[in-house]
Design a protein around this ligand. Structure first.
Ligand SMILES: O=C(O)CCC(=O)C(=O)O
Ligand SMILES: [Fe+2]
Length: 296
């Protein structure tokens, strides 16, 4: 008899049943040990044609929002500055984004990392063409200071919408086990070419889900292949990442002007992506810095 069958710890027992049903044991162990895992398409329980519909919806939404033409992702070479804009908050654009957010395998792994009270906190696309630069090593657990690394506070569950076959595709790369450091990268650690940390590439077929503890350090490589890499990034958070009340909206400007300390304390959008379609870029760097120092 399995321990789950006693049903004395429902928050875990129900999750264990799903992990068994979807054959996710290896992925749960990888999440614990390495801080990341890649679930192949055949385990994702997605409907027929799901990943093609998702990729199409990303491209169509990008074209509509940014007034540009992308066409066939296998050959397209749109201006990167254009297609990277207005990429957040997609649920209302096409129900395939809802399907992506509530996929049962995705949700089982999200709840493994963040508990039953995990909340969906945002989707954005990555469209990456030939000649695009990579990103430096970073953590996604912005706002979580060192000292709080025993558990995952947020996670990134990304749908891979085009094959990532090697470096030429400009994949994400990960430092296995770095979630155990419990802090964000410092400036001298983030350069992919100079950092002392060793990373592994995300190699996966379209239709896979790459999921990582938000604290796992990752970066991305430049893309040299023609055509586009297309990804749907999804963030989930523990429920305490939401403020109890958003004082930024609803506090009178007169009060804020009179009391500058109050203005500082109510905080400007606790998470930089709160108004994620058009984030205030000035808020991002100070928020990210809190991941490197408890006094930041
Ligand atoms: O694969 C990439 O381009 C990096 C994406 C990234 O850093 C993220 O989704 O958090
Ligand atoms: Fe990231």
């Amino acid at each position: 008899m399995s321990l789950a069958e006693y049903q004395v710890y429902p928050d875990v027992d129900n999750l264990m049943a799903e992990i068994k049903q979807y054959d996710l044991y290896e992925h749960v162990v990888e999440l614990e040990a390495y801080g990341m895992t890649i679930v192949p398409p055949e385990k994702m329980q997605a409907s027929d044609g799901f990943i093609e519909r998702l990729r199409e919806a990303i491209i169509k939404t990008c074209e509509k929002r940014n007034g540009c033409e992308i066409g066939d992702y296998r050959t397209a070479s749109p201006a990167m500055a254009e297609v990277s804009q207005n990429s957040w908050d997609l649920l209302e654009e096409d129900e395939v984004f809802v399907e992506a957010a509530i996929n049962p395998v995705n949700v089982a792994l999200v709840r493994w990392l963040l508990g039953q009270s995990a909340v969906f906190s945002g989707q954005t696309w990555i469209i990456k063409g030939q000649g695009s630069d990579g990103l430096g090593l970073h953590s996604d657990s912005h706002g979580i200071p060192p000292g709080a690394g025993q558990i995952a506070h947020m996670c990134n569950a990304s749908w891979i919408c085009t094959d990532y076959s090697g470096s030429e595709d400009g994949p994400t790369v990960f430092v296995p086990g770095s979630h155990h450091y419990g802090r964000a990268t410092l400036p001298h650690e983030s350069d992919r070419d100079k950092t002392g940390y060793t990373f592994v590439p995300l190699i996966a077929k379209a239709g896979s889900l790459a999921i990582w503890n938000g604290a796992t350090w990752h970066a991305s490589e430049p893309r040299t292949n023609p055509g586009l890499r297309v990804t749907l990034v999804q963030n989930y958070m523990r429920s305490y990442m939401r403020p109890q009340h958003n004082y930024e909206q609803g506090t009178s400007p007169q009060l804020l002007e009179k009391y500058p300390e109050l203005k500082r304390l109510i905080g400007a959008a606790l998470y930089p992506y709160e108004d994620s379609q058009n984030p205030d870029r000035q808020r991002v760097a100070p928020f990210m810095r809190t991941g490197t120092d408890p006094f930041a």
